[in-house]
Design a protein around this ligand. Structure first.
Ligand SMILES: Nc1nc2c(ncn2[C@@H]2O[C@H](COP(=O)(O)OP(=O)(O)OP(=O)(O)O)[C@@H](O)[C@H]2O)c(=O)[nH]1
Ligand SMILES: [Mg+2]
Length: 324
């Protein structure tokens, strides 16, 4: 079957994804993983079929219960007869390696459900490419009719923040203890989160974290103005408070749609995607040239040996292409 898929033209592949063929969707995402820049035409072919699913990002410290919460929310959405897409950006650290297996176990109840599509993205240390792969995968999942699309990232680094740029609603998941609040504040999460979940409320200290957050949100110059983020206590493990999270997510989307906020957010997303795609296309062009043109590889060899100045050589190459 997978061999079958490899033979398909981009148009045929897209057609299958639109028809809800999950193996075609998985295959398409694998292609994006292999090279996001060489798949520009494939990504472009998705365009007429975009539906505009609600994309929700979950971020927070490793082990805070994001996957458990996502599994619970998936069950809630399935009860409402929604088709759910889950995209997990694999934690790279060995610490989290075990948690990935754990994720599968927790998602087990959904694994055989045709209306739930679960996919992990291996980051393979290529940090710069991750947000672009996520955006491409999200685009394909949207075309497949999955709505909502839930994206999980671990950690609060630059990559995670870049991924969260590509979602409509950001859910930050914190836990009691460990100075989470301060860590998130430093990471800039306080500014980007739309909903704060204090998970593991079955453990001591959860109320204190929630109170600390409320205080920070009241004191801080909250950039979201009237759309002050909600703080919700949950015990994802015991399925407590999870309905409130689903409601807050729906409310946030509703509120955003009614104000200009969603339009502004998506406008900025489109702007970024255009610039990234243009850059991707140019890079793919240059790399193809390097492979196919002896003259250019000779230039590169000269640059490597120090016979040619790298900047001057780049400038000359781009001038020849009439690109500068
Ligand atoms: N006590 C308690 N444990 C929980 C709760 N939610 C999740 N856990 C446990 O916390 C551990 C981590 O949960 P995950 O859902 O894998 O957390 P995660 O944020 O997805 O972890 P990474 O993907 O590694 O960042 C697991 O052992 C869960 O069973 C909760 O509400 N209470
Ligand atoms: Mg997880």
């Amino acid at each position: 079957l997978s061999h079958d898929l490899e033979m398909l033209s981009p148009e045929e592949m897209v057609k299958r994804v639109v028809a809800g063929d999950s193996s075609a969707l998985a295959r398409l995402i694998s292609l994006f993983e292999q090279s996001v820049s060489e798949t520009l035409s494939l990504r472009a072919a998705l365009h007429p079929h975009l539906r505009g699913a609600h994309v929700v990002g979950f971020t927070g410290t490793p082990g805070s219960g994001k996957s458990t919460l996502i599994a619970r929310l998936t069950a809630i959405y399935r009860k409402a007869d929604k088709s759910v897409g889950v995209l997990a950006v694999d934690p790279t650290s060995p610490y989290s390696g075990g948690a990935v297996l754990g994720d599968r176990i927790r998602m087990n109840e959904h694994a055989t459900d045709r209306n739930v599509f679960i996919r992990s993205l291996a980051t393979r240390g290529d940090l710069g490419g991750v947000p672009r792969i996520v955006k491409s995968a999200k685009r394909a999942m949207d075309v497949a009719g999955l709505d909502p699309i839930l994206i999980e990232t671990a950690g609060v680094g630059q990559t995670e923040l870049a991924v969260m740029d590509a979602v409509d609603t950001v859910v930050a998941v914190l836990v009691p203890g460990g100075g989470d609040g301060i860590q998130m504040l430093k990471a800039g999460l306080l500014e980007i989160a739309d909903i704060f979940v204090v998970n593991k409320s079955d453990q001591p200290g959860a109320e204190a974290v929630a109170a600390e957050l409320e205080l920070m949100l009241n004191l801080g110059n909250n950039p979201k103005g009237e759309n002050r983020p909600q703080v919700i206590l949950t015990s994802a493990y015991n399925d407590e408070g999870t309905v409130l999270v689903a409601e807050a997510i729906a409310q946030h989307f509703q509120g955003q749609s009614e104000s200009s906020y969603l339009a502004d957010r998506r406008q900025e997303q489109r702007r970024k995607e255009f610039l990234e795609a243009t850059r991707d296309g140019l890079m793919a062009f240059v790399e193809r040239r390097l492979r196919s043109e002896e003259e250019l590889s000779a230039v590169l060899a000269g640059v490597e040996r120090g016979e040619q100045d790298p900047i001057k050589a780049a400038f000359d190459f781009l001038s020849d292409m009439r690109l500068v």
